[in-house]
Design a protein around this ligand. Structure first.
Ligand code: UDX
Length: 429
């Protein structure tokens, strides 16, 4: 099928590449001319495992192209996906101005029936607004359908998640677009559920909030474990083997971050409040997440006492492993908290250092993870990168003034670290 995606961020670009990979003819539109130029010349603006190969292969096969022209994108395809940012606003609601702008641009360019699909995460009832906007701003007054088709990919695993999704959600207000939507997704061999638009929009917020709730739950359990002398990882395994609970998203740590969970929780609480429900459960999820960072910083201060003039090595800046994304990263929050206490920092991340330089100043960026601890008073693990498990522990232990590690992601085995002579502090064990 001929498909257009508007927005070439984490969702739009990866979705476009995966649609092309299964044989669709895909046009990706972005109003950032420099980004489009980079993509047209074979460059990739983000780090996402497997994406570069996928884009190159499909561009070479003639199935994937890039343009800055929404008009070209709309006229070349029958199905137009909106995948633009919906950033948070200070009051917790989301800024829908990019969606509104794109809806107007699509409307202006439409001369035949189109299916306009919202892939961006939006508050419930946004589809209704998009439909009203397109109707109002379409001079040709052609027929169209609005569809809600939320995306559930995780950054760092986006290609795999998209190629093998757990489910496809299609929210519609009439049956007319259903066959085309199903045809687009048939190659992905996933269960497809068709709902009304409001339910589809709610599914996304409800799913992300539930996952955030799971993380806050295990972080709360971690605090109880620590007070009781239990081990949160064993507890997570013990409860996670119950199929009704599941082991995934039960990793205790310094809290969740990223461009989705914090924003989606706030937006969901906000929209629920606006339509008359005070979502206290989710407010508590947010509070536990904030407390988790306070508690971790306190743990560092309790051990090192005064941080002023102390040198701390930090492993990890990205909000999680396998990504260069640092938006709402707990690791960066942690670094800033340590700086505020007067510590000087040596930091390393396998992919996110470039994106951090403009946000986190007055720190030493270290290219080699094994050199981060050099001359430091303690080493902190802030992101769950797998490769940190391969850290040269002996070198790190010897290069620290005292062999102290604060492992905010429970990457290392506690008994083994103690055997190796470390003063090792982790989360809930
Ligand atoms: C999330 C959802 O998983 C995805 O379905 C949705 O489409 C977008 O939001 P993402 O933000 O890319 O994806 O990352 P995710 O893997 O969910 O991790 C989010 C945060 O939770 C990270 O900061 C991560 O470190 C943290 N996390 C995750 C934990 O602290 N413990 C866990 O067990 C899992």
């Amino acid at each position: 099928m001929k498909l257009t995606l508007i927005g070439t961020g984490y969702v739009g670009l990866v979705t476009g590449a995966c649609f092309a990979e299964v044989g669709h003819q895909v046009m990706c539109v972005d109003n950032d001319a420099a980004k489009v130029k980079l993509l047209q010349s074979g460059g990739i603006p983000i780090y996402e495992p497997g994406l570069e190969e996928l884009v190159k292969k499909n561009v070479a096969a003639g199935r994937l192209a890039f343009t800055t022209s929404t008009t070209e994108g709309v006229q070349k395809s029958d199905v137009i996906f909106i995948a633009v940012p919906t950033p948070p606003q200070p009051d917790g609601s989301v800024d829908l101005s990019f969606i509104e702008r794109v809806a107007r641009d699509i409307a202006a360019a439409m001369t035949t029936y189109k299916i306009v699909v919202d892939k961006s995460t939006v508050p419930v009832k946004t589809g209704e607004k998009v439909a009203e906007t397109i109707k109002r701003y379409c001079p040709a007054k052609v027929e169209f359908d609005v569809v809600s088709n939320p995306e559930f990919l995780r950054e760092g695993f986006a290609v795999g998640d998209l190629m093998k999704p757990d489910r496809i959600v299609i929210g519609v207000r009439s049956q007319r677009p259903v066959a085309a939507m199903k045809e687009i997704y048939t190659p992905f061999k996933a269960p497809i559920i068709v709902t009304d638009i409001n339910s589809a929009e709610l599914i996304k917020h409800a799913a992300n909030s539930f996952l955030a709730l799971k993380i806050s739950y295990i972080n709360a359990i971690a605090n109880v474990c620590e007070a009781a002398g239990a081990n949160v990882q064993e507890v997570a395994q013990g409860i996670g083997l119950d199929e009704r609970i599941g082991r995934r998203f039960l990793n205790a740590g310094i809290g969740f971050g990223g461009s989705c969970f914090p924003k989606d929780l706030s937006a969901f609480i906000k929209i629920a409040g606006q339509i008359g429900y005070d979502f206290r459960l989710l407010k508590e999820v947010q509070r536990i997440n904030a407390d988790q960072m306070d508690w971790f910083v306190k743990k560092i201060i309790d051990t090192l006492w005064v941080l002023k003039d102390k040198k701390i090595g930090v492993l990890g800046l990205a909000f999680k492993q396998n990504t260069d994304d640092v938006r709402s990263s707990p690791a960066i929050d942690l670094c800033q908290r340590l700086q505020k206490e007067g510590a000087t920092l040596r930091v390393h991340d396998p992919k996110a250092m470039d994106k951090t330089r403009s946000i986190l100043k007055n720190v030493t960026y270290v290219d080699d993870m094994n050199a981060v601890a050099d001359g430091c008073d303690a080493l902190v693990v802030a992101t769950e990168w797998d490769e940190f498990k391969k850290l040269d522990l002996e070198r790190a232990r010897k290069s620290l003034t005292h062999p102290i590690m604060f492992d905010g992601r429970n990457l290392f085995d506690r008994a083994e670290m103690e055997r190796l002579g470390w003063i090792y502090k982790s989360v809930g064990r």
